[in-house]
Design a binder for this molecule. Structure first.
Ligand SMILES: Nc1ncnc2c1ncn2[C@@H]1O[C@H](COP(=O)(O)OP(=O)(O)OP(=O)(O)O)[C@@H](O)[C@H]1O
Ligand SMILES: [Mg+2]
Length: 275
């Protein structure tokens, strides 16, 4: 089943086309990453998926319903871009009030909230005002808030931007755990390593969808060139296709190394060629 289905969606801000004829899906249990440069239209697209904006054209279904359906907010967990927990409330109160907003009973919030504090390593911060937390702890608080209604689907707009490498990895571990529990996820990111680590499928987006596939598929499809480093003289060659590669290697008679393009190089190549 598709937990998210986007069909031929267009979104304009006045004359600016932010999303052009976008179709994409998230299947049950999948983590899907939207990758694209600043201004690519990622936030615009996810806002339409969780019902904060409406498309000018096209159709979106989330958990089989319209994004504006009142039930939807209670069933999903969202972390918008550049969102922070409410600074004047403690960690616990942020989680508690988010639960109440989503219609979760006090009893359930108490139990689940406790469990989330424990899991996200926030027990000692329970009574700290959110404004006194570090960026990583704020992000963990937001994750707890997004999970308080035990959502099947999470939508995360740049969940690790601004975090240090260790905090990023902590968030990854939490998200991988969420996936193991069968939750589906749509996330946006600028980080190729993040997409490669977390996502089952990736969409490269720059106003419109440019490429879709698993990280391995994308690599296989676009990695049609090789870099050969000749260690005898330090020269670096770039060749296209296996035939060229073989020819070059036959002519080398010392130590050498063959390198395939990384997902990052493919991404840059694909995004550049798209315009
Ligand atoms: N409320 C708005 N009014 C007018 N233009 C907007 C509005 N929101 C976004 N835009 C424009 O739409 C385009 C897409 O913006 P969007 O925020 O969706 O991109 P993004 O991929 O999320 O970028 P980033 O990676 O920087 O978060 C940009 O050109 C942006 O300036
Ligand atoms: Mg954005």
């Amino acid at each position: 089943m598709n937990v998210i289905e986007v069909k031929n969606v267009w979104k304009m801000y006045g004359k600016l086309v932010a999303n052009e004829d976008i179709s994409m899906t998230v299947n049950e249990g999948e983590i899907v990453a939207l990758l694209g440069p600043n201004g690519a239209g990622k936030t615009t697209l996810v806002k339409q998926i969780y019902g904060e904006l409406s498309p000018n054209k096209g159709e979106i279904k989330i958990l089989g319903k319209k994004p504006t359906d009142r039930q939807i907010k209670k069933l999903i967990g969202v972390i918008p871009q550049e969102c922070e927990p409410y600074g004047d409330l403690t960690v616990w109160d942020n989680i508690y009030y988010m639960g109440r907003l989503k219609g979760v009973s006090k009893e359930v919030i108490k139990n689940r909230g406790e469990e989330l504090l424990n899991r996200l390593d926030l027990l000692s911060k329970r009574n700290t005002l959110a404004r006194d937390l570090s960026g990583g702890l704020k992000r963990r608080t937001l994750i707890a808030m997004a999970l308080i209604n035990d959502p099947k689907l999470l939508i995360l707009d740049e969940p690790t931007t601004g975090l240090d490498p260790e905090a990023r990895r902590e968030v990854w571990e939490i998200l991988i755990d969420m996936k193991r529990e069968g939750r589906s996820m749509l996330l946006t990111t600028h980080y190729l390593d993040e997409a490669e680590r977390l996502a089952d499928r990736i969409y490269f987006l720059n106003r419109r969808i440019i490429v879709e596939g698993t990280p391995a598929e994308i690599k296989e499809k676009f990695a049609d060139w090789y870099e050969v480093i000749d260690y005898t003289n330090g020269k670096v060659y770039k060749v296209k296709g296996e035939e060229e590669l073989k020819k070059l290697i036959m002519n080398l008679n010392g130590k050498f190394e063959v390198r395939m393009p990384s997902l990052e190089e493919i991404y840059l190549q694909v995004i550049r060629n798209a315009d």
